[in-house]
Write a new protein. Structure first.
Length: 137
C-alpha cells in the first residue's frame, strides 16, 4: 500500500491511500489481514501436530488424529470464502422447498328447492286418512 500526498498545491500535506480513497485502504488492509490469519492458522496447525506427537510420545493414532484435525483447520481457514459462497448459494437456490400455491375457486353449484309434493294419505283404514279422523267441535 502506498500513501501519496494530496492537497500539496495548498501547502497542506495530507496522506491518502492510492485509488479511490478510504474504502480501498480498508479493502487492502483486510486482504492483508486475511492472508496473515491464514498463515497463522497453518503454523498453528503444524504446531498442534508437533505438540500432540510429542505429548503422545509419537503414538501413531495421536499423530494421525492431530494431522486430520490440522488438515481440517487449514482447509476451513483457507476456503472460508468458498464455504460462505456455497452456503449462500444453497440458502438462496431456487431448488429449495417452496410452498405450493393453490387457488380455491368459490363453489358454483346451486341448490334448487325441492319440487316434489307430498300427498296426504288417502288409504282407507290409515290412521291419518281424512275419513277416519274424528272431528269434534
Amino acid at each position: 500500500m502506498n500513501l501519496t500526498p494530496s492537497l500539496a498545491q495548498h501547502g497542506t500535506t495530507v496522506l491518502a491511500a492510492d485509488g479511490d480513497g478510504f474504502l480501498d485502504l480498508i479493502n487492502n488492509v483486510t486482504a492483508d489481514a486475511g492472508t496473515t490469519i491464514r498463515n497463522v492458522a497453518i503454523v498453528a496447525a503444524a504446531a498442534l501436530v508437533l505438540w500432540k506427537s510429542w505429548q503422545a510420545k509419537a503414538a501413531l493414532g495421536a499423530v494421525v488424529t492431530a494431522g486430520l484435525v490440522a488438515a481440517l483447520l487449514i482447509y476451513v481457514v483457507t476456503h472460508v470464502d468458498d464455504l460462505g459462497n456455497r452456503v449462500n448459494n444453497e440458502v438462496n437456490s431456487s431448488s429449495a422447498v417452496q410452498m405450493p400455491t393453490a387457488t380455491i375457486d368459490p363453489p358454483t353449484a346451486t341448490i334448487d328447492p325441492p319440487t316434489a309434493t307430498i300427498d296426504p294419505p288417502t288409504a282407507a283404514g290409515s290412521p291419518l286418512a281424512p275419513d277416519t279422523v274424528p272431528l269434534t267441535l
